[in-house]
Design a protein around this ligand. Structure first.
Ligand SMILES: Nc1nc2c(ncn2[C@@H]2O[C@H](COP(=O)(O)OP(=O)(O)OP(=O)(O)O)[C@@H](O)[C@H]2O)c(=O)[nH]1
Ligand SMILES: [Mg+2]
Length: 407
């Protein structure tokens, strides 16, 4: 499954930068203050639950201990994986592991002072993230109906990494439409192009793509921000409530600025209008077409509040296409990712339509030629062949009259 540790890594980096800044200022809070000098801070534990149907990735995550660690008692792993088979993840592993995994959730939830939402990280191409991730999201909906579920879905490269990725993608999207509050679609193709074109990385690796996603997710949804409207949308669940007001429209896309190479950070000087221009809704409309329903823009930087509240801002930024909510980070918060100013935009728009259209069409093509149908049929054995086909039809057709949506 998609590696949640990268989100935490990024948060650590932010904290390290803040410590460095405090250190330069000579603040008594720093680690090198007279009392704390030379002392090692205890490792923090991620508030996360790791689930996989094969041990490799989880073992790797548990071994990694830098400034923080995962709690092994919050990890659930099995042997064998799901063989890129959505049905195996959903129909077989789902029921088998349900009680054990929900027990881990219960323990974690009980240890929370405040529970905003579940952030579920999964890829949609393999069998575990897509199938089991979908099943567990449905169970979380039943167990914790009041808690917002945000699924961060990593879409595979369109060149095709997994032969049945179109099935897996369509099944996941169709079911999560019902189980989730928001589907944040993160495309490996897009992250790859950000890394190679904008960040000038010659051969982007998974870690590079994950860094792009982490920044988007953190900057757009997780970093606490203040909203000057009466809505007070300062946390992820609030932002989702604003973005996904209609239950049929849950697909979100995300964009951040600046996107420049690591080496250029110290030379970068970005004004708010310049940053906003980089993620301008006009550009988004031009590129993705269709309707944009809502946007949450988060500005992070010491003068973000002044800018958001300045009359000049109205001129610099306005979206004729979507209801827009502007948020800003507390001026005392460290700037994000080493930049003095960053802007992140999460939007409910037609972004997902084109890639989803491709996935639906490919899945239909495969279905028509009966390709890999046996994978799913096997798990619904005992039903007559007609109902097995119905199972496909129901899922493939269900909510995704894609071309009719958003446009
Ligand atoms: N961006 C990114 N994509 C990843 C990462 N790990 C896997 N993927 C993508 O996820 C897809 C493969 O899915 P996996 O997550 O490996 O599969 P799984 O959910 O473990 O399912 P099974 O292997 O069938 O048990 C491919 O499209 C990969 O490119 C990651 O760390 N970052
Ligand atoms: Mg796997």
């Amino acid at each position: 499954m998609f590696r949640a540790q990268d989100v935490q890594n990024e948060i650590d980096q932010l904290e390290a930068m803040e410590i460095q800044r405090e250190r330069l200022k000579g603040s008594p809070k720093t680690l090198t203050s007279a009392r704390g000098a030379g002392r090692k801070r205890p490792l923090r534990t991620a508030r996360a639950i790791l689930v996989d149907m094969e041990p490799r990735v989880i073992d790797h995550c548990l071994q990694k201990k830098k400034k923080w660690k995962y709690d092994p008692s919050r990890a659930f792993k099995m042997e064998g994986g799901s063989g890129n088979n959505w049905a195996q993840g959903f129909l077989k592993h789902g029921e088998n592991v349900r009680d054990s995994v929900l027990d881990l959730f219960r323990k974690e939830v009980e240890s929370c002072d405040f529970l905003d939402s579940f952030l579920i990280l999964e890829s949609v191409a393999g069998g575990t993230g897509s199938g089991l991730g979908t099943y567990l999201t449905g169970e979380l909906k039943d167990e914790y109906p009041q808690v917002c579920r945000i699924n961060c879905l990593v879409w595979p490269h369109s060149s095709g990494e997994v032969i049945v990725q179109s099935y897996n993608t369509v099944f996941t999207m169709a079911n999560l439409q019902e189980y989730s509050n928001a589907l944040l679609c993160l495309s490996n193709d897009y992250a790859h192009s950000v890394c190679s074109r904008q960040e000038k990385i010659e051969r982007p690796e998974m870690d590079d793509l994950n860094r792009v996603f982490t920044r988007d997710i953190y900057g757009g949804l997780l970093a606490p921000a203040i909203d000057s409207s009466p809505l007070q949308v300062n946390r992820a669940a609030g932002a989702v409530k604003f973005l996904c007001q209609h239950p049929s429209y849950k697909c979100l896309g995300v964009e951040s600025a600046p996107r420049i190479s690591q080496n250029a950070i110290s030379f970068a000087s970005n004004s708010w209008p310049a940053l906003l221009k980089q993620i301008s809704p006009n550009k988004s409309k031009r590129e993705f077409g269709g309707v944009q329903l809502a946007q949450v823009l988060t500005l992070a930087g010491r003068d973000a509040q002044e800018y958001v509240q300045s009359p000049q801002r109205q001129v610099d930024y306005s979206s004729p296409y979507a209801s827009t909510l502007l948020r800003f980070q507390n001026p005392m918060t460290a700037p994000l990712f080493g930049f003095d100013r960053t802007v992140s935009m999460v939007e409910n728009s037609a972004r997902v339509v084109a890639p989803l259209d491709v996935a639906v069409e490919k899945a239909h093509g495969m279905l028509e030629s009966n390709a890999y149908v046996h994978q799913v049929s096997f798990f619904i054995a005992g039903q007559d062949p007609a109902s097995q086909t119905n199972f496909f039809q129901k899922i493939v057709h269900r909510p995704w009259n894609v071309k009719g949506r958003h446009s």
